[in-house]
Design a binder for this molecule. Structure first.
Ligand code: NAP
Length: 271
């Protein structure tokens, strides 16, 4: 596929992943001083911490000075680091979320990272129950985390949510039919939460990027980002007061096409 910034993704192939993952941040409004995104001294909670990006978030948060990281996962692992507190959390379980919120009252930054991208994800044929399950993990779970932790972040001075979206919040691919819909829904929720939580000084940062080399993309034959670059871009953006990070060329390209008619991003629609 083309890596030309004016080219569009085809129906059969992914928007191209960028070899360079330099961050583009947008700060459409000035960031109030209370919305402190510094990792230095932060207490960070990460969902899906055992995954490809999750592990990077844990290690890079610590490297930037986080004093504690709640590494949550369905099956928490031992991290062999006293600063890492493993906690059991299935983001679809209200009981788990309540128990983690009670245990992690000192949290200042939450990274809503857990997600799924099933192999069978055809919008026309995948059973609706499977589509619903995907929405449970990628949309309702993160929203429930936002609801549980908004008062905690507020009580701790504001802090931030990092919401892990996707380039597919803004572009569609038949191979990822419902997945794109879940990421678009989470993006929309992040937008409204950003407005509502600004008053308490909590920043909501949306993170967008294309294919990245994690277990989620095993078997996908396409150029992929290094997860370390994506996480670095996200945490740089947090430091810089960004509300949004487009962490690779794919995300930047699809976002720039949003104000155009659909045939600009999908030229094959025009016969
Ligand atoms: N990789 C990409 O190309 C790409 C591109 C754009 C956006 N993203 C997004 O980046 C985020 C991280 O994905 P990744 O690439 O690091 O994939 P990954 O390696 O598959 O990690 C996903 C993590 O989410 C966890 N998870 C799944 N269902 C869960 C549930 N019900 N409750 C709690 N945790 C659950 C998984 O835990 P288990 O180990 O228990 O299954 C896994 O640790 C996701 O939101 C994904 O949609 C990825």
């Amino acid at each position: 596929m083309s890596t030309d910034s004016s080219a569009a993704p085809s129906a059969q192939t992914a928007p191209s992943a960028s070899a360079s993952a330099s961050a583009s941040t947008s700060t459409s409004a000035s960031t109030p001083p209370s919305q402190d995104g510094s990792l230095n001294g932060a207490v960070v909670l990460i969902t899906g911490a055992n995954g490809g990006l999750g592990r990077e978030f844990v290690s890079q948060a610590l490297a930037r000075g986080a004093v504690k990281v709640y590494a949550t996962a369905r099956n928490p692992q031992d991290w062999d680091d006293a600063r890492v507190v493993p906690l059991a959390l299935d983001v679809t379980s209200e009981a788990d979320i309540a128990s983690v919120a009670a245990a992690a009252q000192d949290t200042t930054i939450v990274i809503n990272n857990a997600g799924v991208s099933p192999k069978d994800d055809d919008a026309l044929t995948t059973p609706l129950d499977a589509v619903r399950r995907q929405f449970e993990v990628n949309v309702y779970g993160p929203l429930a985390i936002n609801r549980a932790f908004a008062p905690i972040l507020g009580a701790n001075g504001g802090g931030a949510f990092i919401q892990v979206h996707s380039a597919l919040s803004w572009a569609s691919m038949p191979a990822h039919g419902a997945y794109g819909a879940t990421k678009a829904a989470l993006w929309s929720l992040s937008n409204v939460l950003r407005i509502q939580l600004a008053e308490q000084g909590t920043r909501v940062l949306g993170l967008h990027f294309g294919y990245t080399d994690t277990p989620m993309t095993n078997g996908i034959d396409s150029p992929k980002n290094d997860p370390a670059d994506i996480v670095r871009a996200a945490l740089d953006g947090l430091d810089q007061g960004a509300f949004e990070v487009t962490a690779d060329d794919t995300a930047r390209r699809v976002k720039s096409a949003l104000s155009s008619p659909p045939e600009v991003l999908y030229p094959f629609l025009v016969k």
